[in-house]
Design a protein around this ligand. Structure first.
Ligand code: UD1
Ligand code: CA
Length: 463
């Protein structure tokens, strides 16, 4: 049976990135480049995907997991040598093999499908995905005969001045008849400017053997952009961002200023939500419908239900339930759960705490390691004192309680439903149902205190 296979090349170090991180793992809109490639490849439903790893093999395998099989290219002798490493897994298969580089994050499944269709249509042994580049520098050039048929691909460093003028480039994506590919790969030599086994040489080998070689020229060069350095990384990110933002707008999300809105690839946003300028929505953030995410907010892996308002705040690994609001200038840290209709106001930090429905924590407060019930009012400047210098402790506050301003709630402690905490109290013991906990020195007024001060005899003050 004839199958459909994909080989992703991801063994290179990416010297031009000047980075500790392996090139194909550099993220574009929150997703490693090689993951973008695999995600699009998966949409074409291949029977098997093989990723060639080398530099950073373990990190790449960890990133992609069992979505791909792997072969290791111990030394990076070139793209042809890289593909050859997949021979033990794919060499005896019948069918069509797509090859893509791990550093072309903008290519889409739609383009791959068009390449397949063209390849089948031409009955080709090899079809190259090409594009017309405004500046072809650095890419392999597509050399065609006078009647327009593809002869070979010439790398930048091996090109004659005339060949270098060609602006049709090799995107690094190809569709091959699987058997022909591996047969031809064995004939590739490293007799070239870089001393590498070029995959691109397979084209000329097949051509000379009389096989049909085709080239499918895609319309948008931009999509084929290969990222070899940080300048290209930024350019690719810009393109990806525009694509992501456009998709959200088409789905009914308002972006006040798309050019300053940074949304990662896997973020989900409901209709009629408004995203103001300078917002970053990162990781696995999910936002419901009818929300407002105010200017300069940063959300990382946040879950935001419908009708939530976030004003200039930071939310990490936390959930805000329906109709709740936060900000300006507040911070939800991991494992914070803000209940329906709850209000988190200005300069409030919440960490690993559950805030019940309709509870209000309005001003200058720290809530860490705590469970707050529903309909509670927490005054200004309250501190949930959760750390004794060694260990973190948990505090509980029951429904409908009132926590006065500037109270310290020293955990472990439980404050029952319908109870009160007097302002300024440092609470270290449990407070029972309907009670008021007050823990501060009683006020005394020293009468005629003035007379005991030097002011009493100072002529200036006694005119
Ligand atoms: C390659 C193509 C070039 C094309 C360009 C498109 C060759 C010889 N040249 O050049 O025609 O225009 O892509 O972006 O194929 N890799 C390995 N093992 C190796 C060498 C590379 O796995 O031994 C991987 C890299 O990790 C990378 C991909 O192959 O993902 C491409 O390698 P790179 O060095 O970036 O090739 P280019 O010089 O860009
Ligand atoms: Ca490249």
């Amino acid at each position: 049976m004839s199958g459909k296979y994909t080989i992703i090349l991801a063994a290179g170090k990416g010297t031009r990135m000047k980075s500790k991180l392996y090139k194909v793992l550099h993220p574009v809109c929150g997703k490693p480049m090689v993951d973008h490639v695999l995600t699009e490849v998966e949409k074409t439903q291949p029977d098997e995907v093989v990723t060639v790893v080398g530099h950073g093999a373990e990190a790449v395998e960890e990133t992609l997991g069992d979505r791909s099989a792997y072969v290791v290219q111990e030394t990076q002798l070139g793209t042809g040598h890289a593909v050859l490493q997949a021979e033990p897994l794919l060499g005896d298969k019948d069918g069509m093999t797509l090859i893509a580089n791990g550093d072309t994050p903008l290519l889409t499944a739609d383009t791959f499908e068009k390449l397949f269709a063209y390849h089948r249509d031409k009955g080709a042994a090899a079809t190259i995905l090409t594009a017309k580049a405004p500046d072809p520098t650095g890419y392999g050039r597509i050399i065609r005969s006078e009647i327009g048929t593809v002869q070979k691909i010439v790398e930048q460093k091996d090109a004659t001045p005339k060949e270098a003028e060609v602006d049709e480039i090799n995107t690094g994506v190809y569709c091959f008849d699987n058997q022909s590919l591996f047969k031809a790969l064995h004939q590739v030599t490293n007799d070239n400017a870089q001393g590498e086994y070029y995959l691109t040489d397979v084209i000329e080998i097949l051509k000379k053997a009389g096989a049909i070689v085709a080239a499918y020229k895609m319309t948008h060069f931009e999509e084929s952009m290969g990222v070899n350095d940080r300048v290209a990384l930024a350019a690719a990110t810009r393109v990806m961002q525009t694509r992501i933002n456009t998709a959200h707008m088409r789905n009914g999300v308002t972006l006040t200023d798309p050019s300053t809105t940074y949304i990662d690839r896997d973020v989900v946003i409901g209709a009629d939500t408004v995203i103001e300028p300078g917002v970053q929505l990162l990781g696995r953030t999910v936002i419901g419908a009818d929300c407002v995410i105010g200017a300069h907010s940063k959300l990382v892996n946040a879950t935001i239900e419908d009708q939530v308002t976030v004003t200039s705040s930071t939310i990490e690994d936390a959930i805000m339930r329906k109709g709740s609001n936060i900000g300006p200038n507040s911070h939800l840290r991991p494992l914070s759960d803000i209940g329906e209709g709850a209000h988190i106001g200005n300069f409030v930090e919440v960490k690993k705490a559950t805030i019940g429905a309709r509870t209000k924590v309005g001003h200058l407060t720290y809530v860490g390691d705590a469970t707050l019930g529903t309909d509670i009012n927490v005054g200004c400047g309250v501190v949930f004192v959760n750390y004794d210098g060694v260990k973190k402790w948990h505090a509980t506050v029951g429904d409908h309680s009132f926590v006065g301003s500037n109270a310290n709630i020293v955990a472990p402690v439980t404050i029952a439903d319908h109870s009160f905490i007097a302002a300024g109290s440092t609470i270290t013991e449990d407070v029972p149902f309907h009670a008021m906990g007050i823990a501060r020195a009683r006020q005394t007024n020293k009468e005629n205190f003035w007379d005991r001060t030097p002011l009493a005899t100072d002529p200036e003050w006694n005119k």
